[in-house]
Design a binder for this molecule. Sequence first.
Ligand code: S3P
Length: 449
Amino acid sequence: MIRRYRIRGGRPLRGAMRVPGDKSIGHRAIIFASLAEGRSTITGLSGGLDNLSTAQIFREMGVSIDLDDERAVVEGVGLDGLKMPKGALDCGNSGTTMRLVAGILSAQRFGTRLVGDESLTRRPMRRVVDPLRARGANIAGVSGPKEGEVYPPLSVAPLIDDEHLIALEYTSPVASAQVKSCLLLSGLWARGVTAISEPVLSRDHTERMMNALGVPIQVVGPMVVLDPVGWDRRWDGFTWHVPGDPSSAAFPMAAALLVPGSEVTLEGVCLNPTRTGLFDALRAMRAQLAFTPKGEAAGAEPIGDVTVTHGPLGPAMTGGELLTRMIDEVPAFCAVASAANGRSDVRDAHELRVKESDRLATSAGVLRAFGLDCTELDDGMHVHGGAKPHAAEVDSGGDHRIAMMAAVLGMACEGETVVHDVACVDTSFPGFASLMSSLGADITVEESE
Ligand code: S3P
């Protein structure tokens, strides 16, 4: 099935909406519920394909998961209850699924294989394979485009007899929550301490959940330490609500900032400070943003409503720690920066080259397709703001965030924009087009064989 968006721009966006549940939190909630002892209920899940891949993998290892759109009832099997799956475990498009599950499988007494779609098969896995091997895992990937790198499929041989994972003290060369979470999860089965440092603190959902469930972890400066000595290696099932995904909220926010006359409220969004870099960047651009805190959800995640009002924008510089806190929002940021009065910068963003697409190249390609000016850098981009976009016909390249970036730029143009290859949006934001329509956008979805 081929799907495209047809958009007639220039319609102001007004009203309130709830974006789908946070993808990162959803993966982790499913994982911790599967490893709990007893029943958990998770509400507010995104319904996106990436979270479904994680759920399906645990089902194939004997966990009963009754999933109905945004709600999952999970019968957890405990840390020693996973069963050998019949075939390869399919992670689809989801790098988070593959990297986090690799940590869990490395500690099991059965062998498995992790596979993914074409995009995932091009993504680097050495960042988890090397440290897992260093702690005794029998895990390997295959060679691929970059010499020395390791790619999916990943094969995991069982630990046998008296083999077990050992302590690990590891400094990750990249700020990556997937690497950190993979190693912390493997540490649940290790004989010894897991201590992970990273150059900049990446999203900390795993740490917050472990804390909430009584897993003995401690954050010591730039290091997170899991010391299982004396721990009873168990937690009970739980009831958690997944807050709205700030990475999805980024797109209606961007559209509101691009289209004059717009004012949009995104309800119940995750406001964990490791995820709010885009909001800080937008504030630096003097965007009108208002926050209403709404308490906590899913393992102590702060949540709130965010209202964004259209108005003039200045440029912003992003890089370093700020960039890590907005790593998935750079395509949305670039779209907004194109309307700012001056040059905005994205720096320290090498990691974007190994996401679902090379997001520096694909974001720059989308800007240019709309007649906007940017200079691609090795580690980022200059966005030369101020020009008015013209309607365009663009292809997402199969990357959900690039498809939504193009869609919001289309909403800012006079005339008709077509975005091809948008079925990928379902990985994180099912219902994107109808939610944007409910705010007043003129966007239709066309499907053909
Ligand atoms: C994620 C971590 C980030 C992010 C990804 C989700 C997670 O990736 O880009 O979309 O849920 O842990 P890295 O860990 O590769 O930075």
